[in-house]
Design a protein around this ligand. Sequence first.
Ligand code: AMP
Ligand code: MG
Length: 491
Amino acid sequence: MSQPDFPFDNSYARLPEHFFARLEPTAVARPRLIRVNEGLAQDLHLDAAALRSPEGVAVLAGNCVPAGAEPLAMAYAGFQFGNWVPQLGDGRAILLGEIVGRDGVRRDVQLKGAGRTPFSRRGDGRAGVGPVLREYVVSEAMARLGVPTTRALAAVTTGEQIAREEMLPGAVLARVARSHIRVGTFQFFAGRGDTDALRALADHVIVRHDPAAAESDQPTLALFRGVLERQAALVAQWQLLGFIHGVMNTDNCSIAGETIDYGPCAFMDTYHPETVYSSIDHAGRYAYCNQPSIAHWNLASLAQALLPLFVEQAAGDEDTAVERAKAELERFPGCFDAAYDDGMRRKLGLAEARPDDPVLAADLLECMAANEADFTLTFRNLCDAQTERGLLPDAFDPWLTRWRARIASEDCTAADRRDRMRATNPLYIPRNHLVEEVIQAGMAGGETGDFEPFAQLVEVLERPYEEQPGRERYATPPEPGQIVHQTFCGT
Ligand code: AMP
Ligand code: MG
């Protein structure tokens, strides 16, 4: 079979040369396929069979650059745990190019773990098979849960070992995103006082993500509004699923509004608002309950970076520009609450909005925390608790009485309500102990690894809302000995 055909059309590569470093991936010793995401390949006009062929695997491993690719590492900066880092950039990722998919949406195809770049600092430019499997499983699960996210097109092992605390098998993830532009990309240029670059980047983003902003008399403010609304909606979805990102640095905050950079991320099992998994997040900055305010903080950083353009679009009047930006920024809590309250109403099976609904929802969460209830299963079991408590503990009775009175005031059959609730409260999520289990299998047996458990988990998570007989263990919270207490960055 010949090389797979990638219908690339690369817009980022047409931006000024100091936006990136052009370079090719570094070849690896013995690439082997772990998995190709067939549906996503089709959506991108790619032939999955060609990707699985030796020529395709060579492309996915970075050993061969396909025709039409214009490989590059993107420059960006960022606030990491609140500290300014003027230069980060793709240190282990190389953008091959962009493809306009069957849905008309332009997407990046990037190889993560593709070797050193000028932005690698002290890193080796590589990724381990563990973080690659984790990102594949969790990002694809997020997509099926309806959350905007980067996707996993394929994963391969490299046949090379990488040095971390121990030697680990290396891997490369082919990642797909609406774009890899981050808040930190704007900050990179703002930090250098390069207003021409800021303008060029904003224009690029408007064409790509916020075309309506082009019609505005203040396009950058309209662009900012778009980013803010996407982030508010995104983080609301995380909260509604019990998802903890783990490293909400501004360089991991996507302008397209996708969940990006699955490092020490995790879905909560037992609900507690202050849950933190990341081994490096000692102060709990990125705890579950802090995610909305951190997103708001990241957007304030973006507004700061965009200020020179806001000033230009306020005829040079800085006070007016700052006032306008502040007014936009202040919309965040309202946008977040609207998305969160709406989603929570759906989780509770409520069709109409009533003023007391947020209190009802907050009281449920309080009851869950007090009883160390499983986040996902509590909502799932609630679908069947309209008349009887079912699998919920009896401590929920007082709350259930209030909820039943509330649902009784709406005209809807119990069966309809249950079906609606089941379509929004998943049964299967990528629980940490399951992810850990498939990673351990993948790492065992050296180069060949056992990727069958990984494949099975990916397949279960393709239908998160549907009961899958025989797959009960995938819905079960961890036994005490299986609980994962900490997660680690993919570095
Ligand atoms: P992350 O924590 O994965 O978002 O990465 C933060 C920064 O470190 C980014 O600039 C990455 O490109 C860079 N980085 C992470 N891991 C590596 C690695 N193994 N080699 C080179 N750069 C890396
Ligand atoms: Mg990152």
